[in-house]
Design a protein around this ligand. Structure first.
Ligand SMILES: Cc1cc2nc3c(=O)[nH]c(=O)nc-3n(C[C@H](O)[C@H](O)[C@H](O)COP(=O)(O)OP(=O)(O)OC[C@H]3O[C@@H](n4cnc5c(N)ncnc54)[C@H](O)[C@@H]3O)c2cc1C
Length: 290
């Protein structure tokens, strides 16, 4: 595997912003991941893992280490025929959802429309409309920093709302999902279609974003709080709080990552001062010094 130098991360994030990675490894196989980790270790480099880049904000200064990209990693789906799909980390989540629906496997259909990779979805415990990755995940296999490989069962992962404790600093290689077969493929495809329509109706999908910027605070909704604080449409540089869905910050007009970052900080500050609630970002930061 070739490790490239000075790769623009703009092309690897849904925000389309950010600087260069000093080193960049596009991993296709688990061996590639092993090699990338060894390269980082041998050269005393820090590293960050990225998948589809749909939940990332990369600093305009880029990342002064190695980016281990898993977007193309282990691109396979194996249907065991026992309501279990085995799937590589680089499989696009939306493709896995569609595959499951087409094969009358239920449990993921409400996650239609969540962008990004299956590995990233495991790490984030992605979810929507009352379904989360943890509801179908049977096992997850990952590489540790030292190159060893571990498989954990669902209960061992420490899944919570948008978190997976045991996957901290790990690189997801593959996962197995257990589905129900209580619905026909026609029913599942219809649910999927309805979900995609709801998303189109409620979310500003016309401009680059990372989806919901903030986690849902307990007993509340980030979007509702942001809207109540009069921040819909508020902008810094090319970044704007969406007027359609206040928990989306859009790259409206050639925003820089600094514009987006500063707007995130502004929203946190305003919501705190007006409501007393501290919003916690769901978006992951790379290359910022915090
Ligand atoms: C329009 C839009 C709508 C969205 N809607 C939703 C939604 O409804 N629900 C929801 O939960 N999210 C949503 N998101 C956010 C995002 O799509 C999810 O968090 C997604 O699961 C991230 O996957 P990714 O592959 O893009 O991960 P990335 O953005 O690349 O990375 C996210 C995190 O996962 C880690 N990671 C990525 N790949 C791996 C791997 N192989 N091993 C270990 N760690 C890894 C990264 O280090 C980072 O911490 C939305 C985003 C957009 C742009």
């Amino acid at each position: 595997m070739v490790i490239n130098k000075n790769v623009s991360l703009k092309d690897y994030t849904s925000y389309k912003t950010g600087g260069n990675a000093l080193y960049f490894a596009d991993c296709i196989s688990s061996d590639d991941v092993y090699y990338a980790l060894k390269f980082a270790c041998d050269n005393n480099l820090s590293y960050e893992v990225i998948g589809g880049g749909s939940n990332l904000l990369v600093s305009d200064d880029g990342y002064n280490g190695l980016i281990v990209c898993t977007k193309n990693l282990n691109r396979y789906i194996i249907n065991t025929g026992k309501n279990i799909l085995k799937c590589g980390a680089g499989i696009v989540l939306a493709d896995l959802v569609l595959y499951a629906c087409n094969h009358s496997l239920s449990g993921m259909e409400a996650m239609a429309g969540i962008p990004g990779s299956t590995g990233g979805a495991c790490k984030m415990n992605a979810g929507a409309f009352n379904q989360e990755i943890k509801d179908t995940l049977l096992t997850v296999t990952f590489m540790n920093k030292d190159g060893s490989i571990t498989t954990l069962e669902n209960q061992e992962v420490g899944f919570g709302y948008r978190k997976s404790e045991a996957l901290k600093d790990k690189i997801v290689l593959s996962a197995e999902f257990l589905y129900k077969n209580d619905k026909t493929s026609e029913e599942l495809l219809n649910i999927r279609k309805e979900i995609l329509e709801k998303r189109k109706e409620k979310q500003p999908l016309h401009k680059p974003s990372c989806g919901s910027v903030f986690k849902r605070p307990e007993g509340n909704y980030a979007g509702t709080l942001i809207e109540k604080c009069g921040l819909k449409g508020y902008s810094i540089g090319g970044a704007v709080v969406s007027t359609k869905h206040a928990n989306f910050i859009l790259n409206e007009n050639n925003a820089t990552s600094s514009d987006i970052y500063n707007l995130i900080q502004h929203v946190i500050k305003e919501v705190k001062s007006q409501t007393g609630i501290t919003l916690e970002p769901e978006v992951r930061l790379i290359g910022f010094n915090n």
